[in-house]
Design a protein around this ligand. Structure first.
Ligand SMILES: NC(=O)c1ccc[n+]([C@@H]2O[C@H](COP(=O)([O-])OP(=O)(O)OC[C@H]3O[C@@H](n4cnc5c(N)ncnc54)[C@H](O)[C@@H]3O)[C@@H](O)[C@H]2O)c1
Ligand SMILES: O=c1ccn([C@@H]2O[C@H](COP(=O)(O)OP(=O)(O)O[C@H]3O[C@H](CO)[C@@H](O)[C@H](O)[C@H]3O)[C@@H](O)[C@H]2O)c(=O)[nH]1
Length: 329
């Protein structure tokens, strides 16, 4: 019999791709979202429940009504740069919101959770070319702090509440569903690849490079860009792993490729793939940006049998471009 998964934040960018992947894999998917940044036309679940993360009673009823076996929790404020300017909503939504969800799971007797964590929990790890999960958490912005705090909460809840949890630490989500059913539509958009694509479409006058004086080969920040459909398959693998896991436990698992691209390399790839020219300016650093974040992706392979299949920069940019062009027409 198919198991039902509650996807909190399932109307958002990564959530909507994950719901499609869950259903393809034979799971039932129930989306729970307040539409603060998600989209109604990106809800692909068997059921949709409109609700707030802070509404513990509503979450508890939802878990019970839909006979939920496992929860995936995407709902959060996500912009690292913004979190430096306005930290309190990040702690409120990301930390207090998750406590509400955990209370609901406890009340409904649901013990399995996949949590959206982030490469931002690593901060600036001097001298570490690749980031394994064994490194200490050391975020340098409130967004990363909020995710690191939740990881600590999950760790601490294992013995008392019998929790079985995985924190998937995504590196930079990018790209779009290859069939064009969903894609990246943040508002305002702050992520590099969709912004460069908007510049290539002529929707924005220029792309700004935030910092050219980092200690990297071309002076711009390096990130590990991972295709959102690869993230989606990572969630399906994590849910399957937890459903088979009897003993309580918590582990963080990176979802990244193990390779990095600089801001300049991303801009060059968009120019090459779209054949469009656009203006580029060199601006000061954005607060809270680590110089370099690249995953050690070994554990995801060993524990989940997962590996990325669509995450070369060419495929990422092509899929993101196709989605953006379709959305425009
Ligand atoms: N996008 C990335 O590059 C990236 C990288 C690492 C980690 N993450 C994490 O992945 C998760 C999803 O990111 P995304 O890019 O899909 O973001 P998103 O903003 O597209 O999706 C978040 C979803 O959660 C919902 N939501 C937010 N607050 C809520 C609340 N209080 N109650 C109910 N629903 C609420 C939103 O409406 C939205 O549908 C986040 O937790 C984020 O921190 C994202
Ligand atoms: O107009 C822009 C936008 C971004 N950047 C740079 O591009 C890089 C990537 O930035 P962005 O796409 O905003 O992603 P990150 O700040 O790396 O954060 C994303 O990736 C993290 C994981 O690495 C997640 O935790 C966050 O939720 C997610 O927003 C950074 O060096 C930015 O300074 C620019 O130079 N110009």
């Amino acid at each position: 019999m198919s198991k039902n998964v509650l996807v909190v934040g399932g109307a958002g960018y990564i959530g909507s791709h994950t719901v499609l992947a869950l259903r393809d894999a034979g799971f039932g998917a129930v989306v729970y979202d307040n539409f603060s940044s998600g989209h109604r036309d990106a809800c692909f679940g068997d059921a949709l429940v409109e609700g707030e993360l802070s509404d513990t009673a509503h979450l508890t009823r939802t878990l019970e009504t839909h006979d939920i076996a496992c929860v995936i929790h995407f709902a959060a404020l996500i912009e690292a740069g913004q979190s430096v300017l306005t930290p309190l909503p990040f702690f409120e939504n990301n930390v207090a919101g998750t406590l509400s969800l955990l209370a609901a799971m406890n009340a409904a007797g649901v013990s399995r959770l996949v949590f959206s964590s982030t490469a931002a929990v690593y901060g600036n790890q001097a001298g570490a070319p690749l980031l394994p999960e064994t490194l200490p958490r050391d975020p340098i912005n409130p967004y990363g702090d909020s995710k690191a705090m939740v990881e600590t909460v999950l760790e601490r809840c294992v013995p008392a509440h019998g929790l079985r949890a995985i924190a998937l630490r995504y590196f930079n989500a990018s790209g779009a569903d290859a069939e064009g059913r969903t894609g990246e539509r943040h508002d305002p958009e702050t992520h590099l690849i969709p912004l460069v694509i908007e510049a290539a479409q002529g929707k924005r006058a220029q792309i700004r490079i935030y910092g050219t004086d980092y200690d990297t080969p071309d002076g711009t920040c390096i990130r590990d860009y991972i295709h959102v459909s690869d993230l989606a398959s990572g969630h399906v693998a994590a849910v399957s792993h937890l459903l088979a896991q009897e003993a309580p436990g918590f582990q963080p698992i990176n979802l990244g490729t193990g390779a990095g691209q600089s801001v300049r390399e991303v801009i060059d790839a968009v120019r090459r793939i779209t054949g469009r020219e656009f203006a580029v300016s060199e601006d000061p650093r954005r607060p809270g940006d680590p110089a370099r974040l690249i995953a050690d992706a070994t554990r995801a392979g060993e524990v989940l049998g997962w590996r990325p299949r669509h995450s070369d920069l060419e495929t990422i940019v092509r899929d993101a471009w196709a989605f953006a062009e379709r959305a425009r027409s």
